[in-house]
Design a protein around this ligand. Sequence first.
Ligand SMILES: [Zn+2]
Ligand SMILES: [Zn+2]
Ligand SMILES: [Zn+2]
Length: 266
Amino acid sequence: MNATLTFLGSGTSMGVPTLGCTCAVCTDAHRPGSPNRRTRPSVMISFNGHTVLIDTGQDFHAQAVRENINAIDAVLYTHGHADHILGMDDLRPLSFRLPEGLPLFADDATALIIERVFEYTFRKVDRYPTSARVNIHRTSTDAGTVIPLFGADFIRIPVQHGKQIIAGYRVGGLAYLTDASAIPDESLPLLQGLDILVLDALRREPHPTHMNLANALATVEKIAPQRAFFTHISHDLDHESTNASLPSNIRLAHDGLKLEFDIATT
Ligand SMILES: [Zn+2]
Ligand SMILES: [Zn+2]
Ligand SMILES: [Zn+2]
């Protein structure tokens, strides 16, 4: 089954342009249409008339307007950091259309943060009447846990994010591994035979909780997908010149990038 991956956002937690910064990349990012303009990281997977999001960051509203998103069927969360969850409230109008509510999938640690941040949404008594009609489904943290959605199997891929283990996801020929400082060995067998690997590549300098460009390139070599796209990118990496330096099957993602893949190859 054919599916489309859309990068809603390809930027790091601070976004690009980074507020207060006047570097060349941030300056270029003010230009409308610049590939250096990077909103907070999130992707949309569309297949068989259904739409699944991975994460909803602070920029979700603007991303949904840009991509003309009119319906969402489920959201998978990677972890509870602001740049991955703070757009949850913007799901409200989309959730009202679903009689059963919109399913959100998150592990315990992430679900607890979402429930704390949006406490008025999940309150049993005196719930705010027009808050998002969402249901959190707690997912296991076990490597390889399958979340079946609309005929596709979303598989949990544990990813190291500094001292934390968070969720990456594989579906068919695609794996989305954002906020990764390393890929644990137990995840490697789940990443064989990939068409598209989406991986965190923050900047050139090392970072305690994210891969830098050199780590990301070494990880692509180890996992050996057909194609790799880097995301969660800071203002350290200029789009055009960095791409020119990369092997031809590895590219920096950019906001709005769309890729086709086979969702049912596992
Ligand atoms: Zn992040
Ligand atoms: Zn900058
Ligand atoms: Zn994070």
